[in-house]
Write a protein that binds this ligand. Structure first.
Ligand SMILES: O=C(O)C(=O)Cc1ccccc1
Length: 568
């Protein structure tokens, strides 16, 4: 669109000029729109016009008019307007949907104020105007005719995009194709300029150093346009792969495959790898979303982000990559998202073999309405990583999630006693805080994903069986199926109150696998208890519990799961 300030530049020139635009193609339609709101008058009839923009040859009395000739076969049109002695400018417009992408080749022009002003108007729309000789014009016309021919012969929509502006002249299609047929045999001869190969031509244009600021701007537009075309093309191929994968029931994308693709790309660039990674991950995400749509998956799972956290690893183990993952900044956010229905599932760490219970998760489960319907375990190995190769004594700060720090305290105390500990919201979030004097504790996968340097592997205190148990949560359904029940309860402040509750479980032969107490946040000394019982509690059990508790809240009845069915 023409900016208002730019529009005003035209206000003083040829005030009230009557312009008629003849033709039905996208170019003429867009020109008409741009002209509305200028001081020029857009006339319905060609007879009233002082300047006529036309896609075909004009069959009316042209006296007193100037012509902007858009007709593609210039030998015909130039002779035609010359014969009639009208001022004209003869243009071959390469119009790519947007003026900003367009390049208009100007073959002949008369000295005429209306024409000069109109050309300025085109320039202000972002169109590049290039004066060309007859020889150059012939090559351009041949090139696009061949392109159209190939696009149709190969049924290739990508090539068609480049030749699409020729489709404005439907009645000329036969002439373009006839020209192409004449030109194509010459392709075999070496004298045919490289510019005639469509892609080579476009790319050679891209790599040719621009000389003026205008050309530089145009080149940027061209690059954006070609980039978009390529992303479009990538999407089409990805869609076909998705269709194949659907037939063979393969996962949407294997993280390692995607990671390998990103690595290959990063190896080829000297640009900031974090940013380039983001660009390509976004492009891949576009294709993934399309795949999810194709597979009919609309479910999402929320985990602790950014990508590469242990929770992310757990999610991948449970669901492959068959479901869109939402990365959250905290376990609280995960639980809230699931409660509100903004994510179908959530995965939260509940306890670890070294660190014990994850208290913030426990508290959030008490205070929100979600349901645990599964648990899963992950063996956790920690790495000490940094942005560069560092001696341990050079490390001034260590960033990581409190659980990872606590699981690696033996190593930290022995080798990094001088370093300051800074807690992060997840192990992978440390990536965002690292500088040249600090290290982070995270998984090997995350380190590789972010291109970090691994200083030490397996630094956790428990060399084997450092296991984290996760809860898989969903919105409340009230289903009570599974081997385990987790619940909170409170008791009156009197002797034997807790024992009475535990006796209910003991008398029924139900084993307890976990018992925690949390401050009730009422008075000092008031507690809420959390238990995991190795049995599904039924109605009778709940009645018995009611008798001995001040309150109870079932968090879920669940089993250990190996896989999460996202198609159910
Ligand atoms: O911060 C992460 O990566 C998490 O997913 C939480 C966590 C931290 C350490 C061990 C297991 C889970």
């Amino acid at each position: 669109m023409l900016k208002d300030s730019k529009k005003q530049n035209f206000q003083w020139r040829l005030r009230g000029l009557k312009v008629h635009i003849r033709g039905k193609g996208p170019l003429t339609e867009s020109l008409k729109k741009e002209l509305i709101g200028t001081v020029w008058e857009l006339t319905d009839s060609i007879l009233q016009a002082e300047l006529v923009v036309s896609e075909d040859l004009l069959d009316v009395d042209l006296s007193g008019k100037a012509v902007v000739d858009l007709y593609p076969f210039k030998d015909k049109s130039v002779a035609f307007y010359r014969e009639r002695s009208v001022p004209f400018v003869s243009i071959f417009p390469v119009f790519y949907k947007e003026f900003a992408f367009s390049e208009f080749y100007v073959l002949e022009k008369s000295e005429d104020e209306r024409i000069t002003t109109f050309l300025d108007f085109l320039k202000n729309l972002g169109i590049i105007l290039k004066d060309v000789s007859w020889g150059e014009y012939k090559e351009i016309l041949e090139k696009y005719s061949v392109l159209l021919f190939l696009a149709r012969a190969l049924k290739d929509s990508f090539l068609m995009g480049y030749a699409s502006h020729l489709l404005n002249w439907r009645e000329e299609t036969g002439n373009f194709l006839a020209l192409a047929e004449k030109v194509i045999p010459r392709l075999k001869d070496n004298d045919f300029p490289v510019e005639h190969s469509e892609l080579i031509g476009e790319f050679s244009k891209l790599f040719r150093p621009p000389v003026s600021l205008n050309e530089m701007r145009h080149k940027i537009r061209l690059i954006d346009f070609v980039t978009l075309g390529l992303i479009d093309e990538r999407m089409k191929v990805a869609k076909r792969i998705a269709e194949e994968k659907k037939k063979t029931d393969s996962p949407v994308d294997l993280r390692e495959v995607e990671e390998q693709k990103v690595k290959e790309i990063l190896d080829r660039t000297s640009l900031n790898p974090v940013r380039v990674r983001r660009v390509f991950e976004e492009i891949m995400k576009l294709a993934k979303e399309e795949e999810y749509r194709l597979l009919g998956i609309s479910k999402t799972v929320a985990v602790l982000g950014p990508m590469g956290s242990f929770s992310d690893e757990m999610a991948l183990k449970l669901i492959g990559s068959r479901i869109p993952i939402k990365y959250c900044a905290s376990t609280d956010e995960i639980i809230r998202m699931v409660e509100k229905g903004e994510a179908d599932y959530g995965i939260v760490p509940i306890e670890n073999s070294t660190h014990g219970t994850v208290i913030p998760v426990l508290d959030a489960l008490l205070n929100h309405e979600v349901e645990v319907f599964g648990e899963a375990k992950l063996e956790v190995h920690h790495c000490l990583v940094a942005k560069r190769r560092l001696d341990l004594k050079e490390i001034k700060r260590i960033y990581s999630h409190p659980q990872a720090i606590s699981q690696s305290l033996g190593f930290i105390n022995a080798y990094l006693p001088h370093a300051e500990i800074r807690y992060t919201t997840s192990t992978s979030d440390a990536v965002n805080l690292l500088d040249d004097e600090s290290a982070a504790i995270m998984s090997e996968n995350a380190a590789r994903m972010y291109g970090l340097f691994i200083l030490r592997k397996s630094i956790q205190d428990l060399k084997e069986k450092n296991i984290t148990r996760f809860y898989i949560i969903r919105r409340k359904t009230g289903k009570m199926e599974g081997k385990y029940t987790s619940l909170f309860f409170g008791v009156q402040d009197k002797p034997g109150a807790l024992k009475a509750v535990l006796d209910v479980f003991a008398n029924k032969g139900m084993n307890l696998r976990k018992l925690e107490s949390r401050p009730a946040r009422t008075f000092l000394g008031d507690y809420v208890f959390f238990v995991e019982v190795e049995a599904p509690l039924g109605k009778e059990d709940l009645k018995d519990l009611e008798k001995v508790t001040a309150f109870y809240k079932i968090i879920g009845v669940f089993d250990e799961i190996e896989e999460l069915d996202v198609f159910e």
